[in-house]
Design a protein. Structure first.
Length: 440
């Protein structure tokens, strides 16, 4: 198998430019690094293979359309598992033209397909065998390039809500008298739960967020700089930031984490046809039937509320409760240092609640807005009730006796890990810093 970089021709519009930038970075500098480190697999369109040879070495595709949803990755894994020096090469003496998705829904639909396929990869025997036989650098590269990326998106999207939950737990649980980590003998007598939690949040959310943001953009910045020069590379990075790319990628990370974990818990991966059309039509707020054809029209709220909007509202409510419980009643210097934490909360809430509408063409058109209000009112009055059907359809993924215990155990493991991490960090603060150095 010989892989080539893609020349993306669909960098039209804001979302099209985001998707094109991601593909440019993935198809060039990242795959170049994966090939050197031994973790590159087969990625479909830009790669070429010796078909006659591959048919004898595990095949070019797979027969199961659900388990082997990402059949190109499985072809690369089967090829690598054959051993005897078989490697996948990445060459750049010519580029393969490719058009990517350009609409908000199409891009997220594409990642839902990739995430579900990655969930099946994680559960496959091929991944287990590769991890057992690869050397450490190759194994870490393979993990980062495939399952690790998607699991990291899940952890990042769950990190802030869990921190808000722990923030509330410490503030409302009379932590000074109940938690061993708040022992008065090791902490200053006037130290409150709000102050200790503020220091914990400051240690994780500070100016380092800027470095994290730059690191996320580094592959595209470096590759654009290599190809076109320093100033065009910086210009593209600044334009990407100015067009609210953080809102899009925070929302994308949330959906990636949701889809990959749902696949691990419930299964049900299937191919998603996203299309490559130019998004020039406005999508409605709520689902309804077309007055002309009578066919159902999907709404943004129906599609994204269970995936992100509900979680965004819960996160916002948790922030308000934490502030009401005295989470910001700390020293002036500590309160100022919490600004970075509040920015992270603000960006997550805005992205999860409003990103589908911000990137919807003609979202603020007055005529369309009035139609949204009309369809929203009828959504609860029409017979039979469309809202009830939509609600029941959202329960399908959790039916059956197997998924429920799995989901409960999965959630308990996450909460338990964060709780243990919090206790250990409190003890670490006590050990490293004496009680007289807690004044910020």
């Amino acid at each position: 198998i010989v892989g080539f970089p893609e020349h993306i021709t669909s960098d039209i519009g804001t979302i099209g430019d985001f998707a094109a930038g991601s593909e440019v970075a993935f198809g060039t500098i990242l795959q170049r690094s994966y090939a050197v480190l031994g973790g590159r697999m087969h990625y479909g369109h830009p790669d070429m293979m010796n078909r006659v040879y591959m048919i004898q070495q595990g095949g070019v595709s797979k027969a199961t359309k659900t388990v082997n949803l990402s059949e190109d990755i499985f072809a690369g894994m089967d090829f690598t598992l054959r051993g005897n020096g078989r490697t996948i090469q990445h060459s750049e003496y010519f580029h393969v033209s490719k058009g990517r998705d350009m609409g908000f829904g199409a891009v997220l639909g594409f990642f839902s397909k990739l995430s579900a396929g990655t969930g099946e990869q994680i559960l496959s025997r091929q991944t287990t065998r590769l991890m057992e036989h690869m050397w450490m650098p190759e194994m870490l590269t393979f993990f980062y390039a495939h399952g690790g990326f998607y699991l990291s998106n899940f952890l990042v999207s769950k990190g802030i809500p869990l921190l808000v939950f722990m923030w509330l737990l410490v503030l409302l649980n009379d932590a000074e008298s109940n938690f061993e980590a708040f022992d008065a003998q090791s902490l200053a007598e006037d130290t409150s739960a709000a102050s200790v939690m503020a220091r914990l949040l400051i240690s994780q959310f500070g100016w380092i967020m800027v470095v994290f943001l730059i690191a996320g953009m580094a592959p595209l910045l470096f590759e654009t700089t290599f190809q076109t020069g320093f100033y065009p590379g910086v210009k593209r990075a600044l334009i990407t930031l100015a067009t609210l790319s953080p809102l899009h990628f925070i929302f994308q990370a949330k959906l990636i984490g949701t889809y990959v974990t749902n696949e691990l818990i419930y299964g049900g991966a299937k191919y998603v046809a996203t299309g490559r059309g130019l998004p020039i039509e406005r999508r409605s707020f709520i689902s309804h039937e077309s007055p002309q054809t009578g066919k159902p029209i999907a709404g943004l709220y129906n599609e994204y509320a269970p995936l992100a909007i509900y979680d965004g509202v819960e996160l916002f409510a948790g922030c308000l409760l934490a502030m009401q419980a005295g989470g910001l009643q700390v020293e002036e210097g500590t309160r100022q240092a919490l600004t970075w934490w509040m920015i992270a909360l603000f960006m997550n809430v805005c992205s999860w609640c409003f990103a589908p509408f911000v990137f919807n063409p003609y979202q603020f058109d007055w005529k369309s807005y009035k139609e949204d209000v009309y369809h929203w009112a009828n959504y609860f009055k029409d017979k039979p009730e469309p809202w009830l059907d939509w609600y029941k359809s959202g329960l399908d993924a959790g039916k059956g006796i197997r998924p429920s215990p799995t989901a409960v155990v999965f959630s308990l493991v996450i909460v338990g890990a964060w709780y243990t991490s919090l206790i250990n960090k409190m003890h670490l603060l006590q050990s490293v810093f004496p009680s007289d150095s807690y004044n910020v």
